[in-house]
Design a protein around this ligand. Structure first.
Ligand SMILES: [Zn+2]
Ligand SMILES: [Zn+2]
Length: 296
């Protein structure tokens, strides 16, 4: 029996969503965006009743599971809530939990510590959840898992290393990372999708989010070869330097921790390794060996 698990990571960065709503009337509010995401999730479950889903909110202060919620762990998966309006219980359960949890998340985080989204942490949580589900699955059951990131705010190069670790873990476990970008292109996620064989799409119109989700991200990755998907983009493989967080083509790399710097510094600011500049003694020792060999 085969089924599919989609872990949706939604960027709920309050700074970006606040600016978005202030700037123009055409954009979505965060709650409208969540409605699109919920419609996508319901469609995913409609494809196969064994399909599974998880939703993680990526905030500036924390990453949190919106579904399965904290209460859902205690209660039975379904039937924990009463059914109203003849709605399919499973859909009602997911939608209510996600909406409730996101309200709680926003109310509990009134102040913003820093302005960047904790994307690497959310993706790591997603991978852990995939691992947990795969461990719990019964013999003979196969779960195809993938991550879908709905990204709003700009990249922050300070998360470069954490994100790269997550990306390579996903690649090793053959879990594709898909990215649906709401505004500016994300160099880090372009690399994530390219490395893990996921789909990267920067959507031209944010209010058509649901259409792009259903068209590009709903079909199972095994069907992708047969679909005409948006053409693959040129991936910006430049790395961000750790000192100024700018993208560079050529730089200096710490031989201990592989941190990247745009200018030379005798002490690595990441791992505090001090580099010795004197290479002369090593050369002298080599010369001595060479001259001593023919003499003996
Ligand atoms: Zn720099
Ligand atoms: Zn270092």
């Amino acid at each position: 029996m085969e089924c599919s698990l989609v872990v949706v990571v939604v960027d709920v960065n309050p700074v970006w969503w606040g600016l978005q709503n202030g700037a123009n009337d055409k954009g979505l509010t965060l709650f409208e965006c969540m409605d699109h995401v919920l419609a996508f999730i319901n469609s995913h479950i409609m494809m196969n009743q064994n399909n599974k889903v998880a939703v993680i909110a990526s905030h500036t202060n924390e990453s949190r599971f919106l579904y399965p919620g904290r209460e859902a762990d205690v209660k039975a998966d379904d039937g924990g809530r009463e059914v109203r309006d003849g709605k399919y219980e499973h859909f009602a359960n997911i939608n209510d939990t996600v909406q409730e949890e996101i309200r709680k998340l926003i109310v509990e985080n009134p102040t913003v510590g820093h302005t960047d989204t904790l994307l690497a942490g959310s993706l790591a949580m997603g991978l852990c959840y995939v691992h947990r589900v795969q461990k719990a699955c019964q013999a003979g059951q196969k779960i195809n898992s993938r991550l879908l990131v709905i990204k709003a705010a700009d990249d922050n190069a300070s998360q470069y290393m954490n994100l790269m670790n997550v990306i390579f873990t996903a690649q090793k476990q053959s879990i594709p990372i898909d990215a649906c970008i709401l505004e500016k292109d994300s160099g880090l996620l372009q690399q994530a999708c390219d490395i893990t064989n996921g789909v990267y799409l920067q959507i031209p119109q944010i209010n058509g989010l649901l259409q792009y989700l259903l068209w590009v991200f709903l079909p199972d990755p095994s069907l992708r070869e047969t679909l005409v998907l948006p053409p693959s983009i040129h991936v910006d493989y430049r790395a961000a330097c750790f000192c100024h967080r700018t993208l560079i083509d050529i730089g200096y790399v710490c031989s201990v921790c592989l941190s990247i710097f745009c200018t030379y510094s005798p002490i690595c600011s990441t791992c505090h390794t001090a580099f010795k500049l004197k290479t002369a003694p090593v050369l002298r020792a080599k010369k001595k060996k060479k001259t001593s060999l023919p003499a003996t």
